[in-house]
Design a protein around this ligand. Structure first.
Ligand code: AMP
Length: 481
């Protein structure tokens, strides 16, 4: 039978209700493949990256099993442990568990670096259903005795390859040694270098392997453009591009943290609304920047690769590669931040002469020639309501600050192109491979704030809601103990 809906997959009513509220209609390929074996209690090896719907692929069946088992967590113990490489990804995963589990009174805690221990200890004290952690911070808690893992019967390792890159291999092994041997393990990685395959081999028992290839999807759905331009003229071109009407929410990539800060300041001077996110920012700053960007309060998020990894923001209309990444795979990761959940997106690369080799490597990897765009940008169209005209805004900002003209100034070579054909950013790639991870999504209803995410003891999830299989006379997935 072809799986059409989430209820075909056997998920319980509280989850189905939460998914309907989120506007999810059809399981993504990774969800269709991963949910049944995880519901059945099997270990899983998922080769998939962010953007494929992998978070729901592990969160939904684990929540279902939690509901089916009933019971409560023990003090200072999580029932499900999720390890993630970055703070942002950890917080995002925790949010997903809260959203999907909102009709079950699921409790979720997050252990990440950069925040005080006290609040984390307090959150875990009564025990939680789900703990999402970065490995370093979890180890700190383990050595202080503020967390116990002897009743944690499900482990998720997300973005394992990224954890390897960040040096988390040993911390992960230490953590895994403290878990009960009788547990379910889900292991996700975008790539499978030998060290990751070895780690998977150590942790997983007779896993079901599921694999999706989002690269083709990503490349297919994104209109890509490259501007060949002098390094010194990039800033001004970016200002002009960001002022285009269709640029609603943009992610801009720089190669360095310092570069991200400098660019953010420049955009700010030009009257554009931008915030930077990178590893030198405090956790509070990073969270604030992300929240403002998600809420649409700022138009552009200026990011480095590591900071952006796993960031899942809906409706990113444009991804700008202000500087090309050193490794071609990062290009695909970067542009994958747009065209999420079935939407279309635009990826624009600003390439100077020193970056041509990097561009060629990217074209080789994606098997696409990225169309080169004329540098002239149409300024004749009216700007979106409330959006300051960049040049005027830049001058106003200078006057206010009593400074000389902004660094780099306007490049006179970027002549206004009134009357000339404007770049067609809507251009679609046609040479790309067929998408494999496409999935539709119904319009999202306005979120209801009335639904608290904490455990609602007055209205526990009814066990009968959890028995789609028991109701139909089928065996419920059993917990391996
Ligand atoms: P992930 O790969 O887990 O980061 O998910 C990528 C994005 O897809 C997130 O914004 C999810 O909320 C969204 N998403 C996941 N599953 C579905 C689905 N079945 N239908 C629509 N959107 C989804």
């Amino acid at each position: 039978m072809t799986v059409q809906t989430f209820s075909d997959l056997g998920l319980g009513a509280p989850l189905l209700k939460a998914l309907a509220a989120e506007g999810y209609e059809t399981p993504t390929p990774i969800q269709a493949q991963a949910i049944p074996p995880v519901l059945a209690g099997k270990d899983l090896l998922g080769i998939a990256q962010t953007g494929t719907g992998k978070t729901a692929a592990f969160a939904l069946p684990l929540l279902h099993r939690l509901g089916a088992t009933g019971g409560r967590p023990e003090r200072r113990t999580p029932r499900i442990l999720v390890l993630a490489p970055t703070r942002e990804l950890a917080n995002q995963i925790a949010d997903s568990f809260r959203v999907y589990g909102k009709n079950m009174g699921v409790t979720v805690a997050v252990f990440v670096g950069g925040v005080k221990y006290g609040a984390q200890i307090k959150a875990l004290a009564p025990g939680v259903d789900v703990l999402v952690a970065t490995p370093g911070r979890l180890l700190d808690h383990m050595s202080q005795g503020t967390v116990k893992l002897d009743n944690t019967h499900a482990l998720v390792l997300d973005e394992a390859d990224q954890m390897l890159d960040l040096g988390f291999m040993e911390p992960i092994k230490k953590i895994v040694r403290k878990l009960p041997s009788d547990r379910q393990n889900l292991f996700f990685s975008a790539t499978m270098p030998p060290a990751i395959a070895a780690l998977a081999g150590e942790i997983l028992r007779n896993p079901q392997e599921v694999r999706v290839t989002p690269q083709a999807t990503t490349v297919e759905k994104i209109a890509q453009k490259v501007f060949h331009i002098e390094a010194g003229a990039k800033k001004d071109l970016l200002v002009e591009l960001l002022a285009q009407r269709d640029v609603k929410r943009a992610l801009v990539f720089t190669r360095t943290k310092h570069g991200a800060d400098k660019l953010t300041q420049y955009l700010d001077k030009a009257g554009l609304n931008a915030v930077a996110i990178h590893g030198n920012k405090s956790q509070g700053q990073r969270e604030r920047a992300l929240a403002e960007f998600k809420a649409g309060k700022v138009q552009s998020l200026i990011a480095t690769d590591i900071a952006s990894r796993g960031i899942d923001v809906e409706d990113v209309t444009h991804v700008f590669q202000y500087e090309l990444p050193n490794v071609p795979e990062a290009y695909v990761h970067r542009i994958g931040r747009t065209a999420r959940a079935g939407a279309e997106g635009v990826a624009i690369t600003l390439c100077d002469v020193t970056e041509r080799g990097l561009l060629r490597d990217i074209e080789k990897l994606t098997k696409l020639a990225i169309p080169a765009e004329d540098r002239r940008v149409d300024q004749s169209r009216p700007l979106p309501e409330g959006r300051p005209e960049p040049q005027r805004a830049a001058k106003q900002a200078q006057r206010k600050r009593g400074r000389a003209r902004p660094e780099g100034g306007r490049d006179s070579r970027l002549a206004p192109a009134s009357g000339e054909a404007r770049p067609s950013f809507g251009h679609r790639q046609t040479q790309a491979a067929k998408p494999t991870g496409d999935f539709g999504r119904a319009p999202r209803p306005t979120p209801s704030k009335a639904n608290g995410y904490g455990r609602d003891t007055s209205a526990p999830a009814k066990r009968s809601d959890w028995s789609p299989m028991a109701d139909s006379g089928e065996a419920r997935p059993t917990r391996r103990r």
